[in-house]
Design a protein around this ligand. Structure first.
Ligand SMILES: Nc1ncnc2c1ncn2[C@@H]1O[C@H](COP(=O)(O)OP(=O)(O)O)[C@@H](O)[C@H]1O
Ligand SMILES: [Mg+2]
Length: 315
């Protein structure tokens, strides 16, 4: 503990996940105030740099999600301004936010992710990639999960059940990002592991989201009561250990700091498939991180204090 500090909480921004970030930010601010810190709420906008220069915080707590806040952009600005900030650095954020990039890093580290193909928008426009859809469907099988490479909160993701669904799913994903992934649909249990720490990261107990529909979409995430969250997830000890080790391996492979959350699916054969890592996990009332903290015997405030204590520059 380094005593009370002047903490700017960065939230909002222009991303699709603005509303989610405002809720995460409000919870972070409340926790920081309870912990005795001085809080400067900052809704990220074009005057961000000027605001931070004027306010001169000791440290920034980045509570942003999605483009701009979670992809290394805001982190780069904080590096330039020389203000320590929470969470992962520029490189780790940039690679984590890009699912195509992150999958490649995971594959190199021997971590299983669902087989997928990825394209930039120009491949469709300039190289007729749409004509390869039949091969993609044959190689990966249906259903296919079509998703934007850089997005969160399941925005722009469609499960395409038949060949006819794929083109529209692609258009949807491409309206969110200029790169898209077509990924094999893995049926199984939705498991997420929150990781805390930097030098000696710790995996909190896994949380299972018991879905009422096919996937953990935006509504299922942020409508209180719609999705049952089980924490700790009911996994046999060996499997609980495996998902924890997998999450730590993902975190290390990307060089994450402070905190993060790894989303996975565990199939009927107990194969663990990593979907993605979130460098700034949701901290809303219906988010997984508060549930994981409770299951670990930690209060939300303790988690926030630990993330704050790990704030740094560089890396
Ligand atoms: N390959 C897949 N197989 C089955 N469901 C998937 C797959 N990919 C994504 N999903 C579903 O979509 C949700 C969001 O996908 P994810 O890759 O975690 O992106 P986001 O960044 O939007 O959270 C997952 O929680 C899961 O319910
Ligand atoms: Mg996810």
């Amino acid at each position: 503990m380094s005593g009370p500090r002047r903490v700017a909480v960065l939230k909002g921004g222009r991303s699709m996940e603005r509303e989610v970030s405002l809720r995460s930010g409000a919870n972070v601010e409340a926790a920081l105030r309870r912990l005795g810190h001085e809080v400067i709420p900052v809704d990220a906008d074009p005057s961000l740099v000027r605001t931070l220069r004027a306010e001169r915080p000791d440290v920034v707590f980045v509570a942003m999600h999605g483009k701009g806040g979670e992809d290394g952009t805001v982190q780069e600005l904080l590096e330039i301004l020389d203000i320590p900030y929470t969470g992962s650095g520029v490189q780790a954020c940039a690679r984590a936010m890009d699912k195509v990039m992150a999958k490649a890093v995971f594959a190199n580290a021997g971590i299983a992710t669902p087989p997928a193909f990825a394209f930039g928008e120009s491949a469709f426009r300039e190289l007729g990639a749409a004509d390869a859809l039949m091969e993609i469907e044959t190689r990966l099988g249906l259903p296919l999960v079509v998703k934007p490479a850089k997005q969160g909160s399941a925005l722009g993701i469609t499960v395409a059940r038949e060949p006819n669904d794929v083109p529209r799913a692609l258009m949807t994903a491409l309206s969110f990002d200029d790169h898209v992934l077509l990924e094999r649909f893995v049926r199984g249990r939705e498991i997420a592991v929150t990781v805390l720490g930097t030098d000696d990261p710790e995996a909190l107990p896994a949380v299972e989201a018991v879905l009422s529909g096919d996937f953990y979409d935006f509504e299922a995430r942020y409508t209180p009561g719609m999705t049952e969250l089980v924490a700790p997830a009911d996994l046999r000890p060996e499997l609980a250990d495996e998902v924890a080790q997998t999450a730590l391996a993902c975190y290390a492979a990307l060089g994450c700091r402070g905190f993060g959350r790894v989303d996975m699916i565990v199939d009927a054969d107990e194969q663990v498939w990593v979907l993605e890592i979130n460098p700034i996990p949701g901290m809303t009332d219906t988010s997984l991180l508060p549930k994981a903290a409770t299951a670990a015997g930690l209060s939300f405030d303790e988690v926030i204090e630990r993330v704050l204590a790990d704030a740094s520059l560089g890396g």
